[in-house]
Write a protein that binds this ligand. Structure first.
Ligand code: NAI
Ligand code: MG
Length: 361
């Protein structure tokens, strides 16, 4: 038996609790199958925490996350809190938890499943072989810079500042090179070095670190060009590393290559093996409570957790294989179904993945 791993669960709002329940179901099934042991502790986070505790990130939730070995997050937010002041917005909790847990990188795989190629808006031949990872800096840049309003010569002005220091760039770039070393050894560093000073610092830093990884083939791509190339030649990318805002946008674009946001997993990492794992999608208020959300993104996030935090490679591969098998058999939630009338529920998808896992062993 492996040691007991403590998992902090913050299911959040909307479909968050629905998809997290299926991920936990899968984790529990792997306990017996692979001799793993987990202890789950649940905490309030996001909109529900605002309603019940008056803050999106209560102290005890943060403590719980800090005591855990890994965090499993659903999603937060919804129209109910959209007009709240900054302190009382669910997104403020997201930024806060990343900062408090020292999670400076966000890793998002975008893999095109063969059987879902038709679900994408791109031509199948363009998508063929697409399997890339976007490594996004998560705690610096313009989202965290000073922001304010002021009276300018032509009326009200708003200011957002983008700041990066060398240390912040170095640690994310090293992590991306490390990820590239474990894959096909190709890294694309994305910046806007023709206009932004933070991007010039970024590029200098990448070039200074690159000689430490002589086997990695490095290319610098300007962000606007990268946005185009992702649509033209997605399969040519392996690991993409970029700063916070560019990464936010490009990872959503990469996400759409795969056809559904309900399929995309993510990991947020700091120094060491600690990580927070969550689906890329939000709380999907439009379908919350209907039991039709696709739980695969969250289930694949568990596979990432097993691989990146715990080194449970065999169980991680098995989860991915089980997902692939269920899809190959033609089971679909409504977001990826060609015929919505044939779509299965969230819990049914979770059950089928657990069945496939069990049968694959
Ligand atoms: P969203 O990802 O929640 O939904 C976009 C569209 O995709 C919707 O039509 C939704 O029904 C669909 N969708 C998303 N996940 C799905 C799944 N698992 N299965 C089937 N369909 C799925 O993004 P949106 O609508 O922009 O944001 C909704 C709320 O979520 C907002 O309050 C936003 O701030 C929040 N949000 C939270 C995030 C997080 O917690 N990390 C990330 C993105 C948005
Ligand atoms: Mg986004």
């Amino acid at each position: 038996m492996a040691d007991v791993k403590k998992i902090a669960v913050i299911a959040g709002d909307g479909i968050g609790p629905e998809v997290v329940a299926e991920a936990i179901k899968v984790m529990k099934s792997t306990e017996e199958l692979f001799g793993l042991q987990f202890e789950f502790e649940h905490g309030l986070f996001g909109g529900i925490a605002i309603d019940e505790k008056g803050t999106p990130l209560p102290e005890d939730t943060l403590d719980m996350c800090q005591r855990a070995d890994a965090v499993l997050l659903g999603a937060v937010g919804g129209p109910k809190w959209d007009n709240n002041t900054k302190e009382l917005r669910p997104e403020t909790g997201l930024l806060g938890i990343r900062k408090a847990l020292g999670l400076f990188s966000n890793i998002r795989p975008a893999v095109v499943f063969d059987c879902l190629k038709e679900a994408s808006t791109l031509k199948p031949e363009v998508l063929e072989g697409t399997d890339l990872i976007v490594v996004r800096e998560l705690t610096g840049g313009i989202y965290f810079g000073e922001k304010f309003r002021r009276e300018g010569e032509q009326g009200e002005e708003a200011v957002d500042t983008c700041v990066y220091n060398v240390h912040e760039v170095e640690r994310i770039v090293r992590q991306a090179f490390d990820v590239a070393m474990k894959r096909s050894k190709r890294l694309a560093s994305v910046d806007k070095a023709n206009v932004l000073e933070t991007s010039r610092l970024w590029r200098e830093t990448v070039n200074r670190i690159a000689p430490e990884y002589p086997e990695v083939e490095l290319e610098h791509v300007l962000v606007d060009n990268c946005a185009m190339q992702l649509l033209r030649r997605p399969a040519s990318f392996d690991v993409i590393v970029t700063e916070n805002m560019f990464g936010d946008i490009l990872s959503d674009e990469a996400a759409m290559l795969t056809g559904s946001i309900g399929m995309l997993a993510s990991a947020s990492l700091g120094e060491g093996s600690y990580g927070l794992y969550e689906p890329v999608h939000g709380s999907a208020p439009d379908i919350a409570g209907q039991g039709i959300a696709n739980p695969i993104a969250t289930i694949l996030s568990v596979a990432l957790m097993y691989r990146l935090t715990f080194g449970y490679e065999e169980a991680a591969n098995a989860i991915e294989a089980a997902v692939k098998q269920v899809l190959d058999e033609g089971h679909r939630t409504s977001d990826i179904a060609a015929d919505r009338a044939q779509a299965i529920s969230t819990t049914k998808m979770g059950d089928l993945i657990v069945d496939a896992l069990t049968k694959l062993q």
